[in-house]
Design a protein around this ligand. Structure first.
Ligand code: HGY
Ligand code: MN
Ligand code: MN
Ligand code: MN
Length: 398
């Protein structure tokens, strides 16, 4: 079943030229993937629901009686992203339920699969949109007003997708259905390559955030405007990028300007505005915040915070329990290794909301992610399903 599911979605939203994925939230590719999720759930007789924030839930058993064990991830991608970031968690979830059902397993408590909407924030700029709205850490009015690169608001986009933006917001009833959440995800680094393990568990998620830097200047003719008469915003931007690198190296954190908009974008004009998005992360929250503060002062730009996620330390008892179960399921000599990650996840948002949460990582031989080079070997993906099935079975017993 794993191959069949993987084969069914691999082409959805794939750019034939680059092999990268374009699965913006609420795009046609995203809508096709949502339909695929519903069909896979229906094939298994799971009860599928979409909550007020667009997250999909497929249930084996009724969670309204007792909070369930939930696994899952997301199906959207960054632009030109890889195949595994998100979808591996969803396909592995269905495959793990197939393994359990084939064994004649009857869950002692409801067992669900969650597909969180807009985890990457590629379109509207705020990552983990669906889980942030679900848990109430994102103001629905702000979410409705966020715009994409064409200037369409999320409210407009939701209406076009047949959803009612007025109902966005905290959803304690749906969140109350989640007794424990386990997200399987491709590793976005090479730690498991170094340890020689196919599967690991997450110990923590680094604090991380996104800030928009707007460098204002004076649009003017590229040929007739003397250098001394220019107010060219690309110069302070360039200085800021170089300074960010120096600060990050000194502080032992990471800082990235990965998205840039030069307006109005004429090759023969000095731009009037440079908008640049900073992504800054690191194991030390104070160091990340200090870098952003110093860069803000240095830049002379108008700076606004798009998102901030404090450090997530996953529950150590749950983490160690799942590491032992996964290690045993794979007949490994020891428990699966626990590793921190610099990548954000819905599991982190749920953990921050007080839901017992954990993550299972599957080895990525390239260590590359958010790129078509992202990879996981089929054999490791299958081991990930074996580990996830064992973890879910263990959690359903408690
Ligand atoms: O940006 C992240 O860390 C995640 O992939 N959304
Ligand atoms: Mn990602
Ligand atoms: Mn992801
Ligand atoms: Mn648009």
């Amino acid at each position: 079943m794993f191959d069949e599911m993987w084969g069914a979605i691999e082409r959805l939203g794939r750019d034939g030229r680059t092999g990268g994925y374009l699965r913006d939230a609420w795009s046609s590719a995203d809508l096709e993937l949502r339909e695929w999720f519903r069909q896979e759930a229906a094939r298994r007789g799971l009860d599928v629901r979409e909550d007020r924030n667009g997250n999909l839930w497929a249930w084996w058993g009724d969670p309204s009686g007792r909070p369930g064990v939930v696994t899952g991830s997301h199906l959207d991608s960054v632009r030109q992203g890889g195949a595994f970031d998100g979808p591996l968690g969803i396909v592995s979830a269905f495959a793990a339920l197939d393994v359990l059902a084939a064994r004649g397993f009857e869950p002692g408590r409801p067992l669900g699969i969650a597909c969180f909407t807009d985890e990457e924030g590629a379109r509207f700029g705020v990552p983990c949109m669906g889980s942030r709205l679900l848990t109430g850490v994102l103001d629905p009015d702000r979410a409705r007003g966020l715009t994409d690169d064409e200037g369409d608001s999320m409210a407009e986009v939701l209406r076009r997708a047949g959803r009612d933006p007025a109902v966005l917001g905290r959803d304690p009833e749906t969140l109350g259905h989640v007794g424990v959440f386990v997200e399987l995800h491709v590793e976005q680094g090479r730690e498991l390559v170094h340890t020689g393990d196919p599967v690991g568990v997450a110990s923590a998620i680094w604090p991380h955030g996104r800030w928009r830097f707007d460098f204002h200047g004076q649009a003017n003719h590229a040929g007739t405007t003397r250098l001394a008469d220019r107010d060219d915003p690309t110069l302070p931007f360039a200085r800021t990028v170089l300074h960010a690198r120096e600060l990050a190296e000194r502080a032992g954190v990471v800082a990235t300007f990965g998205k840039l908009r030069v307006s109005p974008g004429n090759a023969n004009a000095v731009p009037g505005l440079v908008s640049a998005w900073l992504d800054a992360r690191g194991g030390d929250e104070g160091a990340v915040r200090a870098l952003v503060a110093e860069l803000t002062a240095f830049s002379g730009a108008e700076v606004s915070t798009e998102s901030w996620t404090p450090v997530v330390d996953f529950d150590a008892v749950l983490r160690d329990r799942l590491a032992a179960v996964a290690g045993a399921a794979l007949a490994r000599p020891a428990a699966a290794p626990a590793l921190p990650t610099g990548a954000g996840h819905d599991a982190g948002i749920l953990a921050a909301a007080g839901v017992p949460s954990a993550m299972v990582f599957v080895r990525n031989p390239t260590g590359i992610s958010h790129s078509p080079e992202e990879h996981a070997e089929e054999s490791d993906c299958r081991l990930g399903v074996t580990a996830l099935a064992a973890v879910l079975e263990d959690l359903c017993r408690s």
